[in-house]
Design a protein around this ligand. Structure first.
Ligand SMILES: [Zn+2]
Ligand SMILES: [Zn+2]
Length: 102
């Protein structure tokens, strides 16, 4: 794929025991010393193909996914973070989240 695209990052193991984030469509990859530049960059969900923004949460996985495709535990954490931003108390938020999963 040569035309402009959103890089689809995944973590690739290299010889020597270290890994870099590389695009699966082109030759682009992020050298390890520049890895801190990756959060905030666009990528594509490895499950559904939606455009996502890479962050500490989805970069835990070698093939990052969008929030919808993330494992349940991660969904709950990101819900929690969103609710915290609205200024609710932890008790209110926990009640909300446990209601939703019923
Ligand atoms: Zn690319
Ligand atoms: Zn997805």
């Amino acid at each position: 794929m040569r035309r402009k695209h959103v890089h689809k990052y995944h973590k690739v193991e290299l010889e020597g025991g270290y890994s870099v984030w590389a695009c699966s469509y082109c030759n682009h990859y992020m050298p390890q010393h520049l890895e801190r530049l990756i959060p905030g960059r666009q990528s594509l969900c490895w499950n559904c193909g939606e455009t996502i923004v890479l962050n500490a949460m989805n970069m835990k996985y070698d093939k990052p996914t969008c929030e919808e495709c993330a494992p349940n535990a991660d969904k709950q954490v990101s819900q929690l973070v969103k609710q915290l931003e609205t200024g609710k108390s932890i008790d209110e938020i926990l009640a909300l989240i446990s209601d939703k999963s019923k």
